[in-house]
Design a protein around this ligand. Structure first.
Ligand SMILES: Cc1cc2nc3c(=O)[nH]c(=O)nc-3n(C[C@H](O)[C@H](O)[C@H](O)COP(=O)(O)OP(=O)(O)OC[C@H]3O[C@@H](n4cnc5c(N)ncnc54)[C@H](O)[C@@H]3O)c2cc1C
Length: 448
């Protein structure tokens, strides 16, 4: 058998994690061969922007996370539109769906997540979609174009993805209902107060919200086409389109049954190394260190995927770099209202302390444990949330000045002098005007 040549760095996944790794590798190794494989056929794009692709037809070229010549300039070979179907760790090879076999010296699994599909009658019908990829947004767009009648949509799930797609659809003048099983929308990332505010905003924008119920089946009186849904209380809702948005799970199928340790995601150490030598993982597929909980957890957001990817890349290229940890942090702007949340937003018991302030349109909440910030929700006025997030990330004890953190006039100068001096040093280019969490997130999401 012919000897298979080994690619020095092989990356599965052409998104935040994979690109973070490739960029970090190139800072240390300018020439070692890098190949990136993805079953999506596109250059790297900002996944969160698929909502804007649907709502306002934002073209792919305005969704790109890196310029079109990125791969060429960095000498990165891409194998796009091809799926990896098998890994062989002892042989250091991967097999693609077309039968091609590639060898590797170091492998990165940056395979992200895939939408959870409930075992529900009617899921195979025409008009039923998920919403995690550009191709999903394109398929929904095409469905809307093909339907001359007004389309009514039921979105199953009121989490981040469900609310994103609902907003996009309402902007396209599509009648939209969200069905959320729990008692409030965005219940994982927001506390009760911010969820209620969000629900009010959604309803004002014309989205119908039904909480405390689930869809039992998708119904059809036309051959092969979705024409409605039935809920668990027997209620039926007519609709032409159904979007399933009940969650995303780590895409671990390539390592199922192998010796790679998987818990909810692929378990990695602080160097983003898996339990198998020469194999790394990052992003939504990985269970990496969460600095709020002090343990490994899934923290499926773009900035964590990118920074975990960078750490993986540095280690793959031979530097012992450590992942500082991430946490679940979301910065969302729906229907004109900004909300930033991070860490533990609804404390489970009285070992936690909550400090908050609110008026009609502004809500600020900080969750503390032993003087450290472990969670935050800012809604309406999020300008200073970046400072709070960084105090949380850097594990600064705020016990002696916690009350100022939610004050209307809070700013860097409200902090004890030694701390604000440190912060200013950390943000040299923005001294006096701290970068907000949203600006940071946008910078990361939209890229260069
Ligand atoms: C609608 C939506 C809105 C979001 N909004 C936000 C937001 O506002 N802020 C935020 O921080 N995050 C947001 N996220 C989450 C964010 O997009 C993810 O955390 C991020 O994309 C994870 O990056 P990743 O590199 O781990 O994986 P992914 O982006 O999931 O990419 C993995 C890639 O690997 C490919 N792949 C997987 N398996 C194989 C295989 N076997 N062979 C070949 N290719 C394979 C996949 O097709 C995919 O292209 C949002 C996500 C969605 C879907």
């Amino acid at each position: 058998m012919a000897k298979i040549e080994k690619i020095k760095y092989l990356i599965i996944g052409n998104s935040a994690g994979g690109i973070g790794a490739a960029e970090a590798i190139r800072t240390l190794d300018k020439t070692g061969a890098i190949s990136i494989i993805s079953d999506e056929p596109y250059p790297v794009y900002s996944r969160p922007l698929i909502a804007e692709h649907l709502s306002e037809r934002r073209p792919l070229k305005k969704m790109l996370f890196r310029p079109p010549d990125f791969y060429e300039k960095n000498h990165i070979q891409t194998i796009l539109g091809k799926k990896v179907v098998k890994l062989d760790f002892p042989k250091h090879t991967v097999e693609l769906e077309n039968g091609q076999t590639l060898g590797w010296e170091k492998l990165l699994l940056a395979t992200g997540g895939s939408p959870i599909l409930p075992p529900m009658a009617g899921i195979e019908l025409q008009g039923v979609f998920t919403f995690t990829r550009l191709d999903d947004a394109r398929a929904i767009d095409q469905f809307l174009a093909e339907h001359r009648r007004k389309v009514r949509t039921v979105v199953i799930g009121g989490g981040l993805i469900g609310v994103s797609v609902a907003e996009a659809l309402v902007k396209r003048d599509v009648e939209t209902t969200i069905i959320e099983m729990k008692d409030r929308v965005l219940n994982v990332i927001l506390d009760e107060e911010a969820s209620a505010l969000k629900e009010k905003i959604l309803k004002k924008a014309g989205v119908e919200v039904i909480t405390g119920h689930t869809v039992e089946k998708i119904t059809s009186y036309l051959p092969g086409e979705a024409t409605g849904v039935s809920l668990d209380d027997g209620q039926t809702l007519p609709c032409e389109m159904v979007i399933i948005a009940i969650g995303v799970r780590p895409r671990t199928e390539l390592v199922t049954g192998t010796e790679i340790k998987v818990n909810r995601g692929i378990v990695v150490d602080r160097h983003m190394a898996t339990s198998r030598p020469d194999v790394y993982a990052c992003g939504d597929v990985a269970e990496a260190y969460d600095f709020v909980y002090g343990e490994n957890r899934l923290t499926p957001i773009w900035p964590n995927a990118y920074s975990g990817g960078r750490v993986a890349g540095l280690n793959m290229a031979g530097i012992l770099a450590e992942y500082p940890g991430g946490t679940a942090m979301n910065s969302i702007k729906y229907f004109g209202t900004n909300i930033v949340s991070a860490g533990i937003v609804a404390p489970p018991d009285d070992r936690y302390e909550v400090i908050s302030s609110r008026d009609d349109s502004i809500y600020r909440k900080i969750v503390l444990k032993d003087g450290l910030i472990v969670g935050m929700v800012f809604s309406g006025d999020i300008e200073k949330s970046g400072i709070i997030y960084n105090l949380m990330k850097d594990r600064i004890n705020v016990g002696t000045f916690k009350q100022v953190l939610v004050a209307d006039d809070f700013g860097l100068s409200s902090l004890p002098e030694e701390i604000w001096r440190q912060r200013l040093a950390w943000l040299p280019s923005t001294a006096g005007s701290p970068v907000t969490a949203v600006e940071q997130a946008e910078e990361i999401l939209v890229g260069e």
